[in-house]
Write a protein that binds this ligand. Sequence first.
Ligand SMILES: Nc1ncnc2c1ncn2[C@@H]1O[C@H](COP(=O)(O)OP(=O)(O)OP(=O)(O)O)[C@@H](O)[C@H]1O
Length: 282
Amino acid sequence: MENIIEVTSLQKAFGASRALKDVTFNVKRGEIFGFLGPSGSGKTTTIKILTAQLKPTAGSAYAFGVSTEQLKSEKYRQKVGIVTDNTALYGRLNVYDNLKLYCDLYGVPYQRIGEVLRMVNLAGEERKAVSKLSKGMLQRITLARAFLHEPELLFLDEPTSALDPVNTKHIHDGLLHLKEKGTTIFLTTHDMNEAEALCDRVAFLNNGEIRLLDSPKKLRQQRGEPTLTVELADGSMVIVPKGPEGADQMFRYMSTGQLVSVQSNHPTLGDIFVEVTGRKLA
Ligand SMILES: Nc1ncnc2c1ncn2[C@@H]1O[C@H](COP(=O)(O)OP(=O)(O)OP(=O)(O)O)[C@@H](O)[C@H]1O
């Protein structure tokens, strides 16, 4: 599959502090790529370099085959969407007029405004002044704005950090819908369930270096214990080996009607995060 982003040996120093030490990865066209890591690990710095808001100290970052510094130009503006906590909405304008400005900027028909507001669960809020919106609503409007022009490549820096579970679900459905239509999504998040639910591949960043990169499923399988946890009719839980040595035991539970449920003992992405970073999840 074609790479839409190619990052090689990327480094970024702020004075004596090295935010990115040596970061190399590719993002494939059409995937949702999760960039995971604890606070201060370098996620936002990477997004800022990829979206031409910061210059790297060394190494290279390409998107669409050109240096990411060129993404600011008119030619690439249509192709890229960016959502960070820097919302840049006009507080005195209402929701509809804010989105209308973007429609004008990107040549998008106004009827799309209703569609994107439904995607973020804000249908009916068109006339509300942006200055009167809650933090979660602002986050959703910012996402709606980024969805307007259906960019080829969408950068999302913690897109659901201020949202409740219902609105998070709406945003997840919206992102999966965009992916279906061909958008590539680069996502940073602290939420391991979000990464698990959305991402085709994830990279774990720690202290400015990528420690692991693969699909959530493969990462979990590689670290899985070769055992099953079996729940029995009497309420007890039994650990059974997955290999042939556990087969007789499983046969016995099944043939005597004792088996209630079976679960494979893979770690969650959260467990892997703790293992890789040595830090606890919030
Ligand atoms: N403009 C700056 N000047 C100096 N240091 C900076 C600057 N921006 C980031 N840093 C430092 O670079 C490191 C990486 O920060 P970055 O914001 O990329 O982390 P992050 O993984 O996005 O964290 P969070 O999850 O808290 O948003 C941190 O040590 C941070 O203090």
